[in-house]
Design a protein around this ligand. Sequence first.
Ligand SMILES: *Cc1c(COP(=O)(O)O)cnc(C)c1O
Length: 374
Amino acid sequence: MKVPLLDLTAQYASIRDEIDTAMAEVVTSQRFILGAAVEACEDAIARYVGSDHAIGVSSGTDALLVALMAEGIGPGDEVVTTPYSFFATAGVIARVGATPVFADIDPVTLNLDPARVADSVTKRTRAVIPVHLFGQMAEMAPIMEIARSRGLAVIEDAAQAIGAEHGGRRAGSIGDYGCFSFFPSKNLGCFGDGGMVVTNDAARADRVRALRVHGEDVKYHHRIVGGNFRLDALQAAVVRAKLPHLDGWIDARRANAALYSRLLGDLADREPPLLTLPGIVTDRHVFNQYAVRVTDRDRVREELAAAGIGTAVYYPRPLHLQECLAALGYRRGDLPESERAADRAIALPIYPELTTGQIRTVADALRGALAGLA
Ligand SMILES: *Cc1c(COP(=O)(O)O)cnc(C)c1O
């Protein structure tokens, strides 16, 4: 039995009519740029996340970029974030001319360690970007406390975490901005690139809305320098059509994760443990990825691949050790928890349409690979 890491065709097949109808409406209207489809998507996402305003943008990366631009962050400013994330999280900080400052992660959740964030704040710090990695919210309460006491903006990178929840609040609704991605492999994916910024602050929403159309207020009158950061109407229609299914997909991902944890729990409880399971400390982890940690990752991946099982490594090189950021001066050993996670994490198939049989196949193959190493 083959088990791919992700199979998007299964999901499309299950809601094909709804999606095709939504896309056909846009094509019939020939309104491809902003307009009713984008507005309907924005309203639905704002309601789902629990934020007052939502602004559709061209990608998750551009959502983060436009939030930094809206805060006026640039040269001379520092932004604290995690080194254990997709490159975009730090790339956008460098792109506006500011300096990424990396704080290490908590080894249980792999999210930013609030104590390390507090240690990293200087007079130049303007913002913090917590990432809700793999679909579990970062520890927002202490991060918000640090940010509020120092006057910092908080930009949540919720690209992997739409629908994640803790203490009755959803990912993206707590900071000054929440940034989402609709990249096809995210839990709510469109048919290309797309993203969304949410905020509870009307003035910030207004700036983001202007920035996505070249800083334009009135047609051809530019208040600030922005860019073309618009969400396509076709992509908005896909997102809007998929949204009513998201909670069901999240429930399926959570059930799949619970089954893995039950099937593999004894290996994690052994002394010494053969693997580390995801550390779940929040109310609703949405499992965009289910990443376990093992010591001999390459061997384990090879054995799983030989058994027809797809895996991936998110992320093999932490951001402070990326070549393009070498001028920041970080060295291996500076952020040991992030480096350890980057060396050991391996993502298993977790998508909603997996069968129980497929999950058992993956768990058995992983058990076999680990037994071979023990
Ligand atoms: C996917 C992702 C992004 C970027 O989103 P795109 O839509 O691909 O630009 C940013 N941050 C994280 C954590 C992501 O997983």
